[in-house]
Design a protein around this ligand. Structure first.
Ligand code: E4P
Length: 223
């Protein structure tokens, strides 16, 4: 399973990319707004494009950028403009009627689409039929409403395998390290993680204690 960062914060992306384990990035309008608001900046169109370009260069892999239009013709226009920013851009579309129409049109033009806000296996099936390259089921938001995000992911992964659909599953809305293990065991192609969850994957108190002891013991004899 590949690991993506779910952020639009360039420092976070550069930090994790340096670990050598980062395959891609997903953004959404909330994450992009946060990246600018945190710096007290109201971006121009060119600022946004430059920011997305910098993310693409930092990660060297697929970067999902979401359209904000709600009608298919405008989604297609916006999707084309996003895709023109950098070859790594994957256009992210909401799983709605308009989103499906736009997905069909953009994927027909060879533009890769990530269908987002997926909360059922049937939505994933529709997205795949419309030519999506990726589907993003939201585990955490399903858990938030007392349902089972893992079960949603299991159904989608199994359906795609049984039907042999040419679409990759991105486990999204990841909230904690257990979600990552669960997504990997269930066969997700990709999991997209917030920065804090990425850091938490690595942390273990026994690793810290063990390293401290190795270092101290070696200090006693080191030449
Ligand atoms: C997916 O690509 C989305 O950006 C994302 O994972 C949203 O998750 P949230 O529930 O943490 O907002």
């Amino acid at each position: 399973m590949e690991l993506y960062l779910d952020t639009a914060n360039l420092e976070e992306i550069r930090e994790i990319a340096a670990w050598g384990v980062l395959s891609g990035v997903t953004t959404n309008p909330t994450l992009l707004a946060k990246a600018f608001l945190d710096r007290g900046v109201k971006p121009t169109g060119e600022d946004l494009r430059a920011h997305l370009r910098a993310i693409c260069e930092a990660v060297g892999g697929p970067v999902s950028a979401e359209v904000t239009a709600l009608e298919a013709p405008a989604m297609v226009e916006e999707g084309r403009r996003l895709a023109a920013i950098h070859p790594h851009i994957v256009v992210k579309l909401p799983t709605t009627e308009e989103g499906l129409k736009a997905c069909k049109a953009l994927s027909f033009e060879g533009i890769r689409v990530n269908m987002t806000l997926i909360f059922s296996a049937n939505q994933a099936l529709l997205a795949a039929r419309a030519g999506a390259a990726y589907v993003s089921p939201f585990l955490g938001r399903v858990d938030d409403i007392s349902w089972d995000g893992g079960e949603l992911l299991r159904e989608i992964v199994e359906m795609i395998a049984v039907q042999d659909l040419p679409v990759k599953v991105i486990a999204a809305s990841i909230r904690h390290p257990r979600h990552v293990t669960e997504a990997a065991l269930l066969g997700a192609d990709i999991a997209t993680l917030p920065h804090a969850v990425f850091k938490a994957l690595l942390k273990h108190p026994l690793t810290d204690i063990g390293l401290k002891r190795f270092t101290e013991d070696w200090e006693k004899v080191k030449p």
